[in-house]
Design a protein around this ligand. Structure first.
Ligand SMILES: NC(=O)c1ccc[n+]([C@@H]2O[C@H](COP(=O)([O-])OP(=O)(O)OC[C@H]3O[C@@H](n4cnc5c(N)ncnc54)[C@H](OP(=O)(O)O)[C@@H]3O)[C@@H](O)[C@H]2O)c1
Length: 238
C-alpha cells in the first residue's frame, strides 16, 4: 500500500513512518517540500538498522504525497482541517481511506478541553474532527484511530507498547484495512467502537489523558480496557 502522512514531519507522523515502512511505501508530506525530503532522510537513517524498508520512505510536498495513496493520515493540528481538505480534494483517489488521528482540543487555564466542530448537517450540528473531514471529502472513507496513543511512545523503536486503539468508521472494509495496519505495530490492539459519530467520544478521551498527565502526574497515559469473561449477556440501557 502507499500511505501518505500529511504533516509527517511531526511527532506522530514520524513514529508511524518508521514502523509502517517495514511493509509499505511511505510518503512524508509537508508544506515545505525540502523539509519533507529532509525528514524522510532522517527516518530512513533511523530505520536502516531495523528493517530493510528504508528505501520505501520518501518525502515531499503534501499534495505530492497524496497522489496515488491508498491511505492518507492527516497528522496535523485540527485547525488546519479546512485547508487540508481543499488540498486533498483535487488529488485524492476516489474511495481512498483517510485515517484521522486528529484531536480538536485546547488548553483553558490549567486544563484541556475538547472543541466541538461545527458541522452543517441538519440535526446534529456539532461533531468530531473526523466527521468534519467526512463532510469536506465525501468521496473518501474516514476511519478514526490512534487519537489516544501517545506519539512519543511510537517515535522510538525501543519503547514497548501495550494499548487498545479505539476505532470508528462507517465503511467496514476501510475499518478492516486500518485495523490490519495497526496490528502490524507490535503492542497495538485495534478495537472497533462503532460508526463515525462515535469518533467524537474517542477524540473526547484525549483531553482527559492530558489532564491526567498534567494533574495526576501520569506519564504518556493511554487506554487498555478491562473486559470480563462472564457467560451472561451484558446489556446497558435498552
Ligand atoms: N502528539 C501526540 O501524542 C498525538 C497522539 C495522537 C494524536 N495526535 C493528533 O495527531 C495530529 C498530529 O499531532 P502531532 O503532535 O504530530 O502534531 P504537530 O507535531 O504539532 O504537527 C504536525 C505537523 O503539522 C504540520 N502543520 C503545522 N501547521 C500547519 C498548517 N498551518 N497547515 C498544514 N500543516 C501544518 C507541520 O508540518 P510541516 O511544517 O512539515 O508542514 C507539523 O510537523 C494532531 O491533530 C494531534 O491532535 C497527536
Amino acid at each position: 500500500m502507499k500511505i501518505a502522512i500529511l504533516g509527517g514531519t511531526g511527532t506522530l507522523g514520524g513514529g508511524l513512518a518508521l514502523r509502517w515502512s517495514a511493509h509499505h511505501e511511505i510518503a512524508i508530506g509537508s508544506r515545505d517540500s525540502e523539509k519533507g525530503k529532509r525528514l524522510a532522510e532522517e527516518y530512513r537513517q533511523e530505520v536502516k538498522e531495523r528493517h530493510d524498508g528504508y528505501e520505501r520512505i520518501q518525502g515531499g510536498e503534501n499534495t505530492e504525497a497524496i497522489r496515488d495513496s491508498d491511505v492518507i493520515v492527516p497528522a496535523l493540528p485540527y485547525v488546519f482541517i479546512p485547508q487540508m481538505a481543499k488540498m486533498i480534494e483535487p488529488v485524492v483517489k476516489s474511495h481512498a481511506i483517510i485515517l484521522s488521528p486528529i484531536v480538536p482540543m485546547e488548553k483553558k487555564g490549567d486544563h484541556f478541553i475538547y472543541v466541538d466542530q461545527e458541522l452543517s448537517m441538519q440535526e446534529n450540528t456539532k461533531g468530531s474532527a473526523a466527521e468534519l473531514i467526512a463532510q469536506y471529502l465525501p468521496q473518501t472513507r474516514i476511519v478514526v484511530a490512534l487519537n489516544t496513543i501517545p506519539a512519543i511512545m511510537l517515535s522510538k523503536f525501543d519503547r514497548q507498547l501495550d494499548y487498545d486503539v479505539f476505532m470508528a468508521g462507517d465503511d467496514q472494509e476501510a475499518v478492516q484495512v486500518i485495523a490490519d495496519l495497526l496490528k502490524e505495530i507490535p503492542g497495538l490492539n485495534p478495537v472497533y467502537a462503532g460508526p463515525l459519530p462515535v469518533a467524537r467520544q474517542i477524540e473526547g478521551l484525549v483531553p482527559l489523558l492530558l489532564n491526567l498527565s498534567r494533574h495526576g502526574k501520569m506519564k504518556a497515559p493511554s487506554f487498555k480496557v478491562i473486559s470480563t469473561n462472564i457467560k451472561e449477556e451484558v446489556q446497558y440501557g435498552g
